[in-house]
Design a protein around this ligand. Structure first.
Ligand SMILES: O=C(O)CCC(=O)C(=O)O
Length: 283
């Protein structure tokens, strides 16, 4: 991360708190049992998740399943994204006031869930016109995520390599495979195996991927991406859509919120056909 962020994040590219060691990469119980239960129930009932979900060819014979929206809204998904323990932690890691760039639900259904190939999030956010890699993601496990159902895989410390070249693979934006091979020797792979409610916060230049889910267990994760307010996109249209103040709330707002989701205030993304980064890589 940039020089004004915490040392652990700076060293490994992911963190929860500054005294984190590599063996404790996760934010254990970031959401407690009740909070993550409410979030899961909301995702399972939510009409927006079903109606706006889209797939991407993973280049490995399957498709991913994601629903992505800009602007957090006031329902349980929005309150988690705006809460002190998620947004406030991220603010400390990124070193200043933040925008909520987007949130998404990534569902890997049993036996059919697709892979997310090796990439950096800044591989495509760069193409969306963000000048600085001052962006990061909170990846929150809603279902248990392990090696069998396609948990996140990361190369700790790889964010020090900066932005590496990306190409279109299937419908995804993937990192240069030769460079990933070299970096995987320099920064040995870690599996982010998480229990429901655990999370990791990772830098936008950290190399990551997740495998297909061939197990009998669903893997559902909630991802919230943040950007420094001083790092607006140079594209006016993207800034207008994504550069909205965060309006943080206290952690108790999560418990106090009725669990129903609400699509009001959210702006859903239409998938690969609306993907500026993918269009640019096709040129
Ligand atoms: O949740 C996952 O499996 C990875 C998702 C991801 O890396 C992405 O959507 O950019």
């Amino acid at each position: 991360m940039t020089s004004n962020t915490g040392p652990a994040t700076h060293r490994h590219g992911f963190s929860y708190q500054d005294n984190l060691s590599t063996s404790q990469l996760k934010a254990q119980n970031l959401l407690d049992h009740k909070e993550v239960g409410k979030l899961r129930e909301a995702f399972e009932q939510d009409e927006g998740i079903k109606s706006f979900s889209y797939g991407r060819d993973d280049g490995e014979g399957r498709r991913t399943n994601t629903t992505l929206w800009h602007r957090p809204g006031d329902d349980i998904t929005g309150l988690v994204a705006r809460s002190e323990k998620v947004a406030g932690t991220m603010e400390k890691l990124l070193g200043g006031e933040l925008y909520h760039d987007h949130a998404k639900v990534v569902i890997k259904d049993p036996f059919t869930g697709g892979a997310h190939i090796w990439h950096l999030d800044y591989g495509y956010w760069y193409l969306d016109g963000f000048l600085f890699p001052e962006m990061a993601t909170a990846w929150i496990a809603v279902d248990k995520a392990d090696k069998t159902n396609g948990c996140l895989k990361i190369l700790p410390g790889s964010h020090h390599a900066g932005r590496i070249a990306h190409v279109k693979v299937g419908d995804q934006v993937g990192a240069d495979v030769e460079r990933v091979g070299h970096l995987s020797r320099a920064c040995p792979l870690m599996y982010a195996e998480l229990d429901p409610g655990d999370a990791i916060f990772f830098h936008c230049n950290l190399l990551h991927r997740s495998d297909q889910n061939s197990s009998q267990h669903r893997r559902l994760a909630y991802l919230v991406a943040y950007n420094r307010v001083t790092n607006s996109s140079v594209y006016e249209k993207i800034h207008t859509l994504r550069g909205n103040p965060l309006n943080k709330v206290s952690n108790s707002a999560i418990t106090e919120c009725p669990s129903k989701t609400n699509i009001q205030g959210k702006v859903y993304f239409g998938g690969p056909k609306e993907d500026l980064a993918l269009r640019k890589l096709e040129q």
